[in-house]
Design a protein around this ligand. Structure first.
Ligand code: 4IA
Length: 404
């Protein structure tokens, strides 16, 4: 157990980062944490927190001190049983982590992502065509939720039947990283058929030939991974690859719709789609925070954090830290070089799907930019509170047709 923060010279805050009101608009809370110091203690949960870019990046780069094996949510797996068998990737440390990560990384190199481009591009063009013809649509339910479920589920080789379980499954996964609050309980209500479908979808016979899922199983034939590991690694794709990109696409649409001058720049030069997506990842990061657990006492900014302590790393705050990004850290700027953001993590756990996520973002934004002269909200966006993900439930949009 961790001692109380009294013995340590760190600011103590009584805020609840998992309060739905904070989750949907966390930026004032982040600013207070960053200004309070390099480390703060959140007394409600008895955890330390890093909200500045330097400390978050440092922790991500030091897996030996900041372990993932006790889970990357609030729960310490050594004290309470996780809701699912731990992920071999996310909830593991080297050397075991490295062994399974290697074949997974191989599946998703930038080169492999490029082979997906024709199919992913055709799907983006077709979907955006339909929406431009409609003029008004919901950026989340008609676009952000539709596109990844189509293209990435196809790339994995998932059965068509039951794909409606994918988002509820991811909603459970990401709420489960937080405390046992109402959000988590709601996500798990009626979860049995969802988990049942997801478990079946990870089996070899459910996955169509040529997809990422089938390729994971082929690694078993080459003795790179075991037959027990394969379904868990397929599960990682289901858990990590859908709701994250859904959030990212919705958040990027939000950034563009609320910054008409920036949309105008994108429309005038659709090649800005890539940096426009990256900047949205920085400013409205789908994954707002993950925990680590200290494997030893560690000194940070003059304070000592004991061993076996949970530390929450606020990616969404690091990505807006003025110490790293300057006084305009909160501004959406399609010309900004967002490199160095930690929305995909960093270090040994850095996102393996990042090239595919970026491809999806680029293709959707570029298809829009080439067809629509304007993109605006017609009503208030509706946020979708989640213990880990920052995303929208609805984004009422209007676009006017107009080529570049
Ligand atoms: C897994 C970081 C996030 C996208 C993620 C979620 C789940 C898993 C991996 C990564 O279940 O392995």
């Amino acid at each position: 157990m961790v001692d109380s923060a009294r013995v340590i010279d760190v600011p103590v805050l009584d805020d609840d980062p998992f309060d739905p009101a904070v989750l949907v608009d966390p930026y004032a809370f982040y600013e207070r944490m960053r200004e309070a110091g390099p480390v703060v203690f959140l007394e409600r949960y008895g955890v330390w927190a890093f909200a500045r870019h330097t400390e978050v990046a440092e922790a991500l780069g030091d897996w030996e001190t900041y372990s993932s094996a006790a889970g990357v949510g609030l729960a310490d797996f050594r004290k309470e049983a996780p809701w699912r068998p731990p992920s071999l990737l996310l909830e593991a440390d080297p050397p075991g982590h490295s062994v399974v990560r290697k074949p997974m990384l191989h599946l998703m190199t930038p080169k492999v992502a490029e082979t997906l481009r024709p199919a992913f591009s055709a799907a983006a063009e077709e979907l955006v065509d339909t929406l431009v013809n409609r003029g008004e649509f919901d950026g989340v339910t008609d676009l952000a939720e539709v596109y990844p479920i189509h293209v990435f589920a196809d790339a994995i080789g998932l059965p068509e039947d039951g794909r409606h379980h994918l988002l509820p499954y991811a909603t459970m996964t990401f709420n489960a990283f937080g405390p046992a609050n109402a959000l988590r309980d709601e996500a798990f209500a009626g979860s049995e058929p969802v988990i049942e479908w997801a478990t079946a979808a990870c089996q070899r016979d459910a996955l169509s030939p040529g997809g990422f899922g089938a390729q994971i199983w082929e690694a078993v034939d080459r003795d790179e991974i075991t037959a027990e590991e394969a379904p868990l690694l397929v599960r990682s794709l289901l858990a990590a690859g859908l709701d994250t990109t859904v959030g990212a696409l919705g958040n990027a649409l939000f950034c563009l719709a609320t910054n008409p001058d920036q949309y105008e720049l994108l429309h005038a030069d659709p090649k800005l789609a890539k940096p426009a997506f990256e900047e949205a990842m920085r400013l409205e990061s789908p994954i707002q925070a993950f925990f680590r657990t200290t494997s030893r006492p560690v000194e940070v900014g003059g304070a000592e954090i004991p061993a076996d302590a949970k530390v929450i790393l606020f990616f969404g705050s690091a990505n807006r830290d003025p110490l790293r990004w300057g006084e305009h850290a909160d501004r959406y700027d399609v010309h900004h070089r967002a490199a160095g953001h930690v929305a995909f993590g960093a270090g040994v756990h850095v996102c393996i799907g990042q090239f595919i996520a970026r491809l999806e973002g680029e293709l959707v934004l570029s298809a829009l930019a080439r067809r629509a002269a304007t993109l605006r909200l017609t009503d208030d966006p509706v946020p979708k509170p989640n213990n880990t993900l920052k995303a929208f439930r609805h984004l009422p949009l209007r676009i006017t047709a107009g080529g570049t």
